[in-house]
Write a protein of this length. Structure first.
Length: 292
């Protein structure tokens, strides 16, 4: 009977794809790889576009990430001293164009609260009002490095705050994370008119003078161009592929390998792929000693 249906082939094809969705979302055994396959097939069939696919995969990715993987490191946190006068920190506020600033006492391990730039406006229009920084601070939200990113995003939305201070297992401040950092993992880079263009790519971010956070999917060509290295583009398409070959096995978090004098440490990985790398270049004095 079904052979007489002129749409049987197309219907079967659709039911096959729908069947995969049902299987993935039902009580049947399921895994991330199966879901990614269904999403990829949905794009191929033009059920969703590539942008939607990227966002869905971004959501899947953050479900496996920890705050330590995406935080702005301690060295790059822009702070204001609790005893500073407006004239002292206002240039920093204007130049950075950020909307929130951690306010510290002594050092970055002693955060008094968060200053919202908009809270300074009323003092600009009322010269008689006495400025007291402590009185306008918002509470600082503290989260551990090990917190899951998807859980933090849910808390950002529910509690309606946009920034959190990240601490390590000893209680010391190790970084800072904002809701924008998480959203960019899902929808891509969020730029505004204040974002300056620089020599860094979306895949490579400097942590300090010698250390960089690098996405494992960074093309070898882009990595070579950024770091002036000469890794073989025929050996692998991505820097993650180069590193994986050097390991000779699927490494776990915090494993490291040295290639041509550069240390590659695994910052994030799952059972089948590398996600984020911490790249440490040799210091100039070390390089000079080796060369001399």
């Amino acid at each position: 009977m079904s052979d007489d249906n002129p749409h049987s082939s197309n219907g079967s094809s659709k039911s096959g794809w729908l069947g995969k969705i049902v299987q993935t979302l039902s009580g049947e055994p399921q895994n991330r790889e199966q879901l990614v396959e269904v999403i990829s097939e949905a794009q191929q069939r033009e059920v969703i576009d590539s942008a939607t696919r990227d966002m869905i995969e971004g959501v899947l990715e953050i479900s496996e990430m920890r705050v330590r993987d995406i935080m702005i490191p301690r060295a790059q946190i822009m702070t204001i001293g609790i005893d500073q006068q407006v004239a002292e920190f206002l240039p920093v506020v204007l130049e950075s164009a950020h909307s929130r600033f951690p306010v510290i006492n002594e050092d970055k391990d002693h955060i008094e609260g968060i200053l919202l730039a908009k809270d300074l406006l009323e003092y600009g229009f009322d010269s008689e009002k006495e400025f007291k920084l402590r009185e306008i601070l918002r509470p600082a939200i503290i989260v551990p490095e090990s917190k899951r990113v998807d859980v933090l995003l849910r808390e950002f939305r529910q509690e309606r705050y946009h920034m959190a201070i990240v601490v390590d297992e000893y209680g010391g401040v190790s970084g800072l994370v904002t809701i924008e950092d998480i959203l960019e993992l899902i929808v891509g880079e969020i730029e505004d008119e204040h974002d300056a263009e620089d020599n860094e790519t979306d895949d490579i971010r400097a942590l300090n003078k010698c250390t960089y956070s690098v996405k494992a999917l960074t093309p070898v060509e882009d990595f070579n161009e950024f770091f002036s290295t000469h890794f073989d583009e025929e050996e692998a398409d991505t820097i993650g592929g180069i590193v994986l070959r050097a390991f000779g096995h699927m490494p776990s978090r915090d494993e490291a390998v040295e290639i041509d004098g550069i240390e590659f440490r695994v910052a994030n990985a799952d059972k089948r792929r590398l996600i984020q790398l911490k790249v440490s270049l040799p210091r100039k004095d070390d390089a000079e000693e080796q060369g001399g």
